[in-house]
Design a protein around this ligand. Structure first.
Ligand code: ADP
Length: 162
């Protein structure tokens, strides 16, 4: 039985959809490492330290979870952490093509590491960090999508940028 799973992503910022997945993965794996990708090419709104800090706060009450950041290939990060499982989320059919390509690429790079997909609660199936940022910039109420402190950080950050 594999003990450690890695849940990699941008988490820019963490949403209730990510948290839902973390809770599901935590039911299956005794150790879960949530790995925040630097992802400079995606030009994240929040710096990596801010994304890590928000995840830590959002999951503070959950057991068996480690939050860290990584740069480079996720399969290298998994190997370093002795993990054989990557967790990714599938919301809509539109996620499928990208996730399928990425899972098969990672399998080619590292055949001993398996990607496992989890589906969130239905109400989070349409929720993405990207749409959230758009909604926040238009002044939407974010309370159904992110913890209050994340909503506040998002509004503050967007205000500073404008
Ligand atoms: P990435 O840039 O790696 O796609 P994200 O933070 O957008 O980073 O997503 C990380 C993972 O979490 C992806 O597998 C994505 O499909 C999943 N995910 C994102 N939002 C949700 C959600 N609302 N419900 C379930 N899974 C989600």
């Amino acid at each position: 039985m594999c003990q450690i799973a890695i849940y990699p992503g941008s988490f820019d910022p963490v949403t209730y959809g990510h948290i839902d997945l973390i809770q599901r993965a935590q039911e299956i794996f005794p150790e879960l490492v949530v790995a925040v990708a630097h992802n400079y090419h995606k030009k994240p709104l929040f710096g990596v330290a801010e994304r890590v800090a928000m995840l830590k706060k959002a999951t503070a009450k959950l057991q068996g979870i480690k939050i860290c950041d990584f740069d480079g290939l996720v399969v290298d990060f998994a190997r370093k952490n002795k993990a054989k499982v990557l967790i990714r989320g599938l919301r809509m059919i539109s996620d499928f093509e990208y996730e399928f390509q990425m899972a098969l690429t990672n399998r080619k790079l590292s055949p001993d590491i398996e990607t496992i997909f989890l589906m969130p609660q239905e109400s989070y199936c349409y929720l993405s960090s990207r749409l959230l940022k758009e909604a926040a910039s238009l002044g939407a109420d974010l309370s159904n999508f992110v913890p209050d402190f994340v909503g506040k950080a998002l509004k503050d950050k967007l205000q500073k940028k404008s």
